[in-house]
Write a protein that binds this ligand. Structure first.
Ligand code: NDP
Ligand code: 8X3
Length: 260
């Protein structure tokens, strides 16, 4: 493969779920990959798996996306070799808790706001200037049906995803004359992720939220992200709202059984 033609994709939150599936799919298709997350062992595991299986370069960056100094240090460590990021996938994110607003934990709110909004902003601010300099690049934000419609007790998580939606719109306006594309993929409920176990802080019983219907799988979302990223240069897909066939919105899930 002509290495000059090989594109580089940076996926935040690639240690599990949608990010891991997305990094794997891009690697399978010959892209060089930068994977990020806080869990060093998971990053190394994925890195060695991808390098063993596909003829691509893989770089891992272990940092907490909420901490600006860590983000700056990690991006700086990319150096000359990895400085040209063609596609930035702002995927790292999480929900914490499911409580009415008067009972919500403020630490949960801060974690969600710092990760889902501020982390996405830090990455975008640090990676996009090089894209602007070369007049090309693609930023894909992972939003959610939760950004489209609130659900009971989802308050702050939904608000963070609504902020992602508005940031996608704003970024698109800032970049469309500069040669950069901006897109968003907004999935409904997705299994094969750690989303529910994280939200319920390790409570496996509460995290069993996908047993009575078939939700999307992480690979389904990865395939859509890949599709969005691989359109011809003159095509910008702004938003893809996607759900399981048994889900018709944040508040409408047919829980009458799996594999229907
Ligand atoms: P996972 O929990 O499986 O993945 C979340 C990823 O984000 C992990 O790789 C995690 O890495 C990373 N992450 C979380 N906090 C931080 C942090 N402070 N610093 C760096 N990385 C962090 O969940 P999903 O794959 O489901 O979530 C991916 C995205 O998809 C999120 O933005 C989520 O909101 C969104 N989404 C999920 C849906 C679902 O139903 N699962 C539906 C719609 C959208 P690590 O723990 O190693 O730091
Ligand atoms: C994740 C989808 O509905 O569980 O963003 O919040 S939901």
């Amino acid at each position: 493969m002509n290495k000059n033609l090989t594109k580089t994709v940076l996926v935040t939150g690639a240690t599990s779920g949608i990010g891991k599936a997305t990094a794997t799919l891009f690697a399978k298709n010959g892209y060089d990959i930068i994977i990020t997350g806080r869990r060093a062992e998971k990053l190394e595991e994925l890195k060695s798996k991808l390098k063993k299986k596909y003829v691509v370069k893989v770089k891992s960056l272990c940092f907490d996306i909420r901490k600006l100094q860590e983000v700056k240090k990690a991006v700086k460590s990319l150096g000359e070799e990895w400085s040209q990021v063609d596609i930035l996938i702002n995927n790292a994110g999480l929900a914490m808790g499911l409580d009415p607003i008067h009972k919500g934990k403020i630490e949960h709110w801060e974690t969600m706001i710092d990760t889902n909004i501020k982390g996405l902003l830090y990455m975008t601010r640090l990676i996009s200037p090089e894209m602007v300099k070369k007049g090309s690049g693609h930023i894909i934000n992972i939003c959610s049906t939760a950004g489209n419609d609130a659900y009971p007790n989802g308050n702050v998580y939904c608000a963070t995803k609504s902020a992602v939606d508005m940031l996608t719109k704003g970024m698109r306006l800032d970049f469309y004359k500069l040669g950069l594309r901006v897109s968003q993929v907004s999935p409904g409920m997705v299994e094969e992720t750690e989303f529910a176990i994280t939200r319920f802080e390790g409570d496996e019983k509460r995290a069993k939220i996908y047993e009575d219907f078939t939700p999307l799988r992480s690979k389904d979302v990865a395939e859509v992200i890949y599709f969005v990223a691989t359109r011809p240069k003159h095509v910008n897909i702004q938003d893809v709202l996607m759900m399981s066939s048994q889900q018709a919105g944040s508040n409408f899930v047919d829980r009458s059984g799996r594999d229907k």
